[in-house]
Write a protein of this length. Sequence first.
Length: 198
Amino acid sequence: MSVSVLYMSMSLDGYIAGPNDDPSNPGGDDFMRLHDWFEFGPAGESGLPPGRPSGPAGQLVDEIQATGAVLAGRRTVEQVDHWGGDHHGVPIFVPSHRPPGPSVANYPRVTYVSGGIASAMAQAKAAAGDRNVLVHGAYTAQGALEAGVLDELQISQVPVLFGRGRQLFDMLPARIELEIVRVIDTPQATHIRYRVCR
């Protein structure tokens, strides 16, 4: 059965993007600091592919690569031009009250869903089959939590304090209880997997 999982890297003080986050500066100032653990760049002596950390954090990258569908907020997808229509080679669903821009016509894997977050998640889970749905975006994550359609959170907590930028959970409507199901501790980040308690 498909599970919806939010994957986000976050500073210790709760920021997922730095200051000045806009289309000309996606993720804001110093955004890549939150993803240093991901080891972007050429394969090293280990022979690992670019972007796959060695050791336990590599398990997270394997999980991301094994996703069956992506559900992401409009702001997120438009800042990266829908990843060129290809995010892990799987369908991308975008909950939105407005029709998509013209560039989406070039991306057959991208579907804008006007029926709300629950409808978008249902479509993403149907497309994912028995694989998980990867969720991106702060606003989308908060909406999915409020609608009761986000199952798990995989937070990579990076040992840095941003002080300002875009926070992940700044507009939750109510308290939400979580259960810790896994912790992977590395020098670059502490990766905590939570299950949403219902």
